[in-house]
Design a protein around this ligand. Structure first.
Ligand SMILES: C[S@@+](CC[C@H](N)C(=O)[O-])C[C@H]1O[C@@H](n2cnc3c(N)ncnc32)[C@H](O)[C@@H]1O
Length: 311
């Protein structure tokens, strides 16, 4: 198992024709996605001082790349998946920022086209680095190399994923509107009972993930090769591990956060009430941002572990 699986994951996951469209609608359907996007957006907007050029690695449908182009920055939107890039290009055209964006199809495993320190701000959000296993450390090193001033990363969180994996119906507790007609929302609701019925706590699986950080493994890879499971492997990080990698690269002022840690402790009914009232929603998201940066909760972000660092 030593080749990179990101290309394979891309073929069956990111390259689905409607994936870009679905990714661009995430915050309209799930509360955990609202909280995570809000956190990452605040982090990236707080990192813009003195920045003119940006590299967004694994930029998807452009949630953050388009936002920064709208702020006047020159953005390289880099992604492995052509359909995701096409969706982002369409949204960038609608936003009137095509002239400030360059779209590049490529894999994070090869950033040799870029010079040391080429971009003032480099970021990679919502786990693209985690799909590059077993090359994730080298990829972080390359992102740090092409970064001139600031590097922001959000990767799959090992501690944060464990409760999620042990609770297959957790995602349905973040549904904003049960009647919105979104196919994934309908799937979560229609499979709820079946998932509870079939659930069994897999202690050995949890211990293995905690020790090794791999979601998926040889069994999933074999299944994938036979044409089955679309998602063969993702590497999840521990907070001290990610900090250690950044320190080892000589990065300074490292700060970390666990987006979604506060929200995950609050029940579905209450979360939905908060989201319905714009004032409470604003206050709640402000407070989540503050709480989720407390060092004692950063491992317990919903899916992602966030880190920012300076050259
Ligand atoms: C969950 S999406 C996140 C998109 C975007 N960063 C955001 O937060 O909206 C992950 C993205 O990473 C891209 N990706 C996955 N592996 C990659 C790789 N090895 N190199 C470049 N992009 C990759 C996928 O195509 C997908 O668009």
């Amino acid at each position: 198992m030593n080749e990179s699986y990101s290309q394979k994951i891309s073929e069956r996951q990111w390259n689905q024709p409607d994936k870009g469209e679905r990714e661009s609608r995430r915050e309209a359907t799930f509360i955990d996605d609202i909280v995570q996007k809000d956190h990452l957006e605040r982090q990236v907007l707080a990192a813009l001082e003195g920045a003119e050029t940006v590299f967004d690695g694994g930029a998807g449908s452009g949630r953050f790349s388009i936002l920064l182009a709208k702020r006047g920055l020159r953005v390289t939107h880099f992604d492995i998946s052509k359909p995701m890039i096409e969706k982002a290009r369409e949204l960038a055209a609608e936003a009137g920022v095509l002239d400030r964006m360059e779209f590049v199809q490529g894999a994070l495993e090869d950033l040799s086209a870029y010079r040391d320190g080429q971009f003032d701000l480099v970021f990679s959000f919502d786990a693209p680095v985690s799909y590059t296993w077993p090359n994730q450390e080298r990829v972080i090193g390359e992102l740090a190399r092409i970064c001139g001033k600031r590097l922001l990363l959000s990767v799959a969180s090992r501690l944060g994923s464990l409760p999620y994996l042990a609770d297959p119906i957790q995602k349905s507790h973040y549904i904003l509107d049960e009647n919105c007609g979104d196919p994934f929302v309908d799937w979560c609701l229609s499979h709820r009972e079946e998932m509870v019925e079939n659930f069994r706590f897999d202690r050995a699986g949890m211990e293995k993930l905690l020790a090794e950080g791999l979601m998926g493994g040889q069994a999933e890879i074999d299944e994938y090769e036979r044409g089955g499971a679309p998602w063969c492997i993702t590497y999840s990080f521990l907070p001290e591990e990610l900090r250690g990698i950044l320190e080892g690269l000589g990065m300074k002022n490292i700060r970390m956060a666990g987006p979604g840690a506060y929200a995950r402790s609050i029940s579905w009914e209450i979360l939905r009430k908060i989201m319905e009232d714009p004032e409470q929603r604003r206050d709640f998201l402000d407070f989540c941002y503050e709480y989720d940066q407390n060092p004692y909760v950063l491992g317990m972000g919903k899916d992602n572990l966030f880190a920012s660092a300076e050259k």
